[in-house]
Design a protein around this ligand. Sequence first.
Ligand code: NAD
Length: 335
Amino acid sequence: MTITVFSTKRWVRDALDEANGRHAYQIRYLEARLERETAALAEGSDAVCIFVNDNADRDTIEVLAERGVKMIALRCAGFNNVDLRAADDHGIIVARVPAYSPHAVAEHAVGLLLTLNRKLHRAYNRIREGNFALDGLMGFDLHGKTVGIVGTGTIGRIFAGIMRGFGTHVVAYDRYPNDELVASGVEYVSLKELYQRSDVISLHCPLTHETYHLINTYAISAMKRGVMIINTSRGALIDSLAVIEGLKNGRIGSVALDVYEEEADLFFEDLSGEVIQDDVFVRLLTFPNVLITAHQAFFTREAVGNIATTTLANIAEFVAKSECANCITAQNAYG
Ligand code: NAD
């Protein structure tokens, strides 16, 4: 079994090498991102292993199929970057890592919320410059506030539990309400009501055709003035231009982003010596009430280890049975 790993970083290689001790697969590591232009590099591989900013669209999948690739093994939970219908059409199996550490992502969302509210990012810089003034650093008590959660799957449920621990009232929107959350006091409401009532809104739903630009001008106009929005899910859930407008006119009080619609050209690289060409992103960086991390919510020791172990276990199961429990098809993903 030969596997070509795209978008390799040192931590990816270390984790996969350790997990491969149990399998002894031939692994070829590439720094390149998977896209149509790089897909031919998988020549001679049975599987390709990809991450969140690789692009397995129809054109790319056609090249992979021509080169004999039989499996796309995602090192992540989200699969919005894979054309599942194209994969089905070419008989390529797609597998993902459905849950590697939902705690990592939920805890990062909480970290963003607390940092943004108490302005710790600004305080950190001030203190280092000998500025001990408190002006501009006032936050609000989280206790007693209403937190709205869009998507109460694996991560959203954990985030809800932590928020309940802070003494907030949690309202949620999901097509499939969770009975345990209801029993714990979470109130399911319509999306509109969630927008109207929430002081903080955290996004934990997948990116689909339905959720693309979920947070747009219309949604923002329904929200409480001064709302805090947190996105650790996928960048394109948010219309960045609408959010910039909302920040400028004060409808939005603050925003924390671990993901960004055009992140593929930015995140995971050291661009500190370069001129960033994305003007929308640079505008977001200028707001004192915007906090951005570069898709690191998943990045804990536990999660990275689990990702590597599950990715190779998915491949092993595919080798043994020509299918695997973590496989996704257009049919089971979209119905
Ligand atoms: P999950 O599949 O367990 O849960 C997703 C939930 O969203 C489900 O309950 C589903 O019913 C709900 N949902 C689907 N469509 C919806 C809609 N239109 N409106 C409201 N809810 C909807 O997924 P998860 O493991 O909880 O992950 C959530 C998202 O987090 C993933 O899709 C992924 O994009 C993102 N993620 C980000 C990171 C990171 O490092 N930032 C890491 C892992 C996952």
